[in-house]
Ligand binder design. Sequence first.
Ligand code: OAD
Length: 320
Amino acid sequence: RAKIMTYNSVDDAVHLLKRSRNIVVLTGAGISTSLGIPDFRSKETGLYSQLEKLGLGINDPQEVFNIDVFRDDPTIFYTVAKDILPATKEFSPTHAFIALLQNQNKLLTNYSQNIDNIEANAGIHPDKLVQCHGSFATASCQRCGHRVRGDTIFDDIKAGKIPRCGKCITALRSRGTGPLKRKRSSNSASTKRSRRNFEGFDDDDEDDDDSAYDIPQAGVMKPDITFFGEPLPDEFSKRLVKHDRNHVDLVIVIGTSLKVAPVSEVVPFLPSHIPQIYISRTPVSHINFDIDLLGDCDVIVAELCRRAGWKLDHPMVPPN
Ligand code: OAD
């Protein structure tokens, strides 16, 4: 008969870490807060609490990441985007811990909800990482789908401008004699008319500035972050359902409130006999873990490594 194991102590967690070979690590914003990047839902310090104070004209701060709101008015997202652009080359001790699991060939997959791309700074390989909510690494045109490297639009974001699609702009310009041009001409004609009436002269240069006309008609670029109302990248369910579900031997969830589906459904989806550890400041009540390790995740992973006899190499971790 199968022996039913129960796990509950820190030493049980250490034992599980040492014996496991295929660990799924599911992470959230809590693993980056020690780098000064706010999480989303912590009271006072979380991004949503900060956005409430900005009076963005939305009912719920989560709407900043809602695709319908973005389509209606991208300025709401772009008011906030400049403050959440990935800006650091650092990584936290918890990122270092995940990299350590990888380097010991114990990491099956890191499912990260984070869009800060800090996993790369820590050396977590792209083939070990699923960025469940996308990232700023690429951006796409909402009209024609044209995709560019994410940093192509960073200057516009930092300048508070709405980035437009270069491919759309080129296409619109080359169609200069088509319907677009005619519509523009009639608009500019009425502008000129009023100018002439008001100022008594005609501004002949006005038609020469193509971009001033084309840009508002070109598609809006959006970083390939998964907004509420958008599907997750295909890789998320493909890898989880077709592969990881059959191979996982330990689940570690770190620094997430598990409030957002479908990522919140990963733990209940995996076989129930697979041990599950939860590491975070705030307990969750909607999912039962075998072991809850509550507190600062950097401190907890450093202690787990110390007890396992592993060297967690990071400037914020005192040597053993
Ligand atoms: P949340 O802000 O909802 O949860 C972060 C969790 O980490 C909270 O439970 C905190 O208590 C905890 N935490 C913060 N700092 C910590 C620390 N140093 N040590 C341990 N725990 C700490 O963030 P997520 O769960 O990641 O989606 O949010 C999920 C998704 O909601 C995000 O990906 C984002 C958001 O809307 C999109 O933007 C699409």
